[in-house]
Design a protein around this ligand. Structure first.
Ligand code: KG4
Ligand code: ZN
Length: 334
């Protein structure tokens, strides 16, 4: 069996489609939504509407580029959750319509599992078991991956996600959304030791980012009282120091997870894995600790349908299909 699957991703603010043939991703079409920039965050109602506007075009382009005919498709994969319910609903409804029209099975995919499986799109792929630090705008998790579809979350954030911490800090500095990539950009030329921000001591392998966010808010407010141009005058140093603190918080937990499990196959996934500071420090740590490190290509770090297609492929092989009355889930455990 060499399944051909069309997959759709619409959990947040990216509308994406991908075709996969026998486990090989043929394309990855992504329409990003610029509409949220001026609001400082994703506005759910606008996201849902933009998905509706984009989905037909995105799917059409993915099918055309792949050279696959609709009648060649063996299944339709889609993101069931977690995510924004109105956004998910657009992808779920579209997938159902296509599956029903073509008389082929539906395959629901967990978005967080799919981020982990982005490591199987291109070589080299990690060996099992491995640890995956999944870091995005909505999640911060350390996942113990035993097999393609056998995963366990062994550490997670108790409040904000790390991407949220990046974005909120950027907003405090009056940068547009999403601010994570901008902080990364300014951090390149700054001194990471110019300012210190606190780490939160959490039990086990868990994270907390609400403390550093509040500390950063007061820090900027107090410094601006002394010098109203503080942020503009010191942008690279502020960004580099904040990024250093956030990356450190992530990697100390990852080191602890590796020590506890004895696993040295280490992967990162999710939007924040595009961060250059995280990538660089992880590579240094890999040398020091003799880790085998896996970092996905940029295109597969942020939300994309190729990773959904990959997950759908493995589920197809196990004949894990969904009923036609499947509903989206805002929360969905890995
Ligand atoms: O995985 P993703 O595309 O969407 C979610 O599922 O949340 O992740 C988006 C998050 C945003 O918070 C964005 O600011 C962050 O990833 N991000 C970055 C970078 N690129 C994206 N954060 C820091 N540095 C980056 N280079
Ligand atoms: Zn994501």
């Amino acid at each position: 069996m060499h399944p051909i699957i069309l997959a759709i991703e619409s959990s947040c603010d990216e509308t994406s489609a991908s075709v996969i043939r026998n486990g090989k991703v043929l394309n990855n079409i992504i329409a990003s939504q610029a509409v949220h920039q001026k609001y400082g965050g994703v506005v759910p109602e606008l996201a849902s509407r933009a998905h509706q506007q984009n989905i037909v075009m995105v799917v059409k382009e993915s099918m055309e580029q792949s050279g696959v005919l609709k009648t060649d498709l063996d299944a339709i994969g889609f993101t069931r959750g977690p995510g924004l319910i109105g956004s998910l609903l657009v992808g779920v409804s579209f997938a159902k319509g296509m599956a029903l029209g073509l008389g082929i099975p539906l395959i629901e995919v967990n978005h967080m599992q799919a981020h982990v499986l982005s490591h199987f799109i291109e070589e080299p792929t990690p060996g099992f078991p491995f640890l995956c630090l999944t870091v995005s705008g909505g999640h911060t998790q350390i996942v113990l991956v035993r097999d393609h579809l056998d995963m366990e979350v062994i550490g997670q954030t108790q409040d904000d996600a790390v991407g949220e911490a990046f974005d909120k800090a950027a907003r405090i500095m009056e940068m547009p959304y999403p601010g994570g990539p901008l902080i990364d950009k300014y951090a390149q030329t700054g001194n990471p030791h110019a300012y210190r921000f606190p780490d939160a001591s959490m039990p086990g392998l868990d994270f907390s980012f609400s403390g550093i966010k509040t500390a950063f808010l007061y820090f900027v407010r107090d410094e601006k009282k002394k010098n109203p141009g503080f942020v503009e005058d010191n942008l690279p140093d502020i960004c580099a120091s904040l990024q250093h603190a956030l990356v450190n918080m992530l990697l100390t937990r990852l080191e602890k997870a590796s020590d506890q499990t004895g696993i040295r196959e280490i992967a990162i996934a999710g939007g924040v894995s595009a961060n250059s500071g995280l990538r660089k420090t992880l590579k240094q740590l890999a040398e020091k600790r003799r880790w085998n490190v896996f970092i996905p290509a940029f295109e597969y770090c942020t939300d994309n349908a190729a990773m959904i297609a990959m997950a759908a492929h493995y589920k197809f092989l196990k004949k894990e299909f969904s009923p036609l009355d499947v509903t989206p889930l805002a929360r969905m455990p890995v």
